[in-house]
Design a binder for this molecule. Sequence first.
Ligand code: PHE
Length: 340
Amino acid sequence: MLERLIEKLDALSQDFEQKAASVKTEQELQALRVEFLGKKGHLTQFFRHLAELPPEQKPLLGQKVNQLKNQFQKRIQEISDSLQNKAVSAAEIDVTLPGNRPFAGRLHPLMQVLDEIKEIFKGMGFTVEMGPEAETDYYNFEALNIPKDHPSRDLQDTFYLAHNQMLLRTHTSPVQIRTMESRKPPIRIIAPGRCFRNDTPDATHSPMFHQVEGLVVDEGVSFADLKGVLLSFMQKLFGKNTKIRFRPSFFPFTEPSAEYDVSCIMCGGKGCRVCKDTGWLEISGAGMVDPAVFGFVEYDAEKYTGYAFGMGVERIAMLKYQIGDIRMFYENNVRFLTQF
Ligand code: PHE
């Protein structure tokens, strides 16, 4: 009698495990629970058999039945947990919901404009040169024909590095000198980079800003070449109807010198708020390389001529994108930056 019952219990255990393995829903799990552990369930019936057994056999079977009961309960709990987990993760990964786009970085608008400027000049045969941001007085001023007592130094007051007599360059023009010192003509370069001036920040001034320098030196280079290159550049940047004009000006390192303007990109030259009704927008300075500068780099001024020009990257970006305040470039406001 006892052996038969124990065999039956083993068979029951196997039957339970088999059925448990195929449970896929909460309902199926409930049915399994009723079938094995319910009031009229398989296991409950065994407790009835207990009564029929001789007293010395009761504990053994009782123990077996209890073990099985615990085993079933534990297994049912496990299945229940895993069904719940599946339900939760199924709800979390709803493939029909729109995804969360990760925030992608991008180039700063100034760097985008700078890239565009570089591409246009590369297309005209220019190469890109770099120079240091901390310069010596010689490269930033002296060799550009700006001696110590020259009044034009006042316009470019900068930050001096007291410990090594250097300074933060006030313009990219020192790269002209560095390039000419290191090679012979023909030279056809642009030099983009950061510049610094001791200016109080306002809507149009920043103590740190960017320029692109241009320098061409060869035999027979004329002011007409300068005009042609700048016109072609501005038309590629602002559109083919863009015009440029030159106004006489002064820079110690160019002679003759000029400041150049582009026709207003907003009104096309008719006059509007952006160009203050003049029809023109100021860009920067340019001119023919002063023979005195050739003296500093030991170029033969009788043989070679050259032109140089500068341009402010912020100025161009502000015109291109209609940005009213230069400080917006440096504030790192994401709502501003993500517009470009
Ligand atoms: N370096 C001048 C400036 O910063 C601009 C310039 C460059 C003028 C080259 C003439 C030639 O104002």
